[in-house]
Design a protein around this ligand. Structure first.
Ligand code: NAP
Length: 240
């Protein structure tokens, strides 16, 4: 039987494109979402991929959901931590709630999901984890102290777990997308977006499918010598 991949936040945007591409490439795929039933139902009908609702910032909910997925589909061998939110504002106006909610979902959710799948991956001696960070975690971005901190935190988390699990057949990598045409970017005012696009060498937004290609590359069985890496997919906006 082919490997089972779980993509968090997989009913819209980058996660949905990733889920579709992994399925088209022969993996079995399940996705999660936060609670937007309209998008989830549209995604289920279009792809036939099972979608489960829970909040990745809630560790107990992650444990229950993964238990159910394992019972219904078998062990999770590939985990894509894609669920994420923004709550933008300049630091001097940022509320503690805006800070905490983004840290809890984007960074805490990544920890929670890694935490609940890792024992099974260790037992089986195989795992692929890909964490979806951001160019704004690599470079910082005004109005995004919370988001940039969470996304930079994901890079440290990725490297630490990569070191811990390297001998167990588990790779842990990050993909750092640049500005990509999804609902998240649709929320950015057009005048700000025009300024952002002017700083992207390829001169356009990315497409969700272009981010998905990087994830597919990293989750392959043959990618076992790549771990702790960050793959930038940002039209040249950030170069190491
Ligand atoms: P999106 O279109 O806003 O979709 C977000 C997905 O995450 C939805 O399926 C949503 O579920 C789910 N989600 C949100 N909060 C959740 C929670 N607490 N628990 C479980 N699921 C949750 O996002 P996107 O633009 O595709 O971004 C995907 C990832 O890429 C994010 O981590 C984002 O930070 C990162 N990224 C995006 C860009 C970009 O330009 N778009 C650039 C760099 C990095 P519901 O539909 O139920 O709300």
């Amino acid at each position: 039987m082919s490997r089972l991949a779980l993509v968090t936040g997989g009913t819209r945007g980058i996660g949905a494109a990733t889920a579709r591409l992994l399925k088209d490439s022969g993996l079995r795929v399940v996705v999660s979402y936060a609670g937007n039933e309209t998008s989830a139902q549209r995604f289920r009908e279009a792809t036939g991929i099972p979608a489960y609702a829970w909040d990745v910032s809630d560790l107990a909910a992650c444990e229950r959901a993964v238990e159910r997925i394992v019972a219904e589909h078998g062990p999770v061998e590939v985990l894509v931590n894609n669920a994420g939110i923004t709550h933008d504002g300049m630091l001097h106006k940022m509320t503690h709630d805006a800070w905490q909610s983004v840290i809890d979902v984007d960074l805490g959710g990544c920890f929670n999901m890694c935490r609940v799948v890792i024992a099974g991956m260790r037992e089986r001696g195989f795992g692929r984890i890909v964490n979806i960070s951001s160019v704004n975690g690599q470079e910082g971005q005004l109005g995004q102290a919370n988001y940039a901190a969470a996304k930079a935190g994901m890079l440290g988390l990725t490297k630490a777990i990569a070191r811990e699990e390297a001998a167990k057949g588990i790779t842990v990598n990050a993909v750092a997308p640049g500005y990509t045409a999804t609902d998240m970017v649709a929320a950015v005012p057009q005048n700000i977006l025009d300024g952002i696009i002017a700083r992207i060498p390829v001169g356009r937004l990315g497409q969700p499918e272009e981010i998905a290609r990087a994830v597919l590359f990293l989750v392959a069985d043959e990618a076992g010598f790549i771990t702790g890496a960050t793959l930038s997919v940002c039209g040249g906006q950030h170069m190491d």
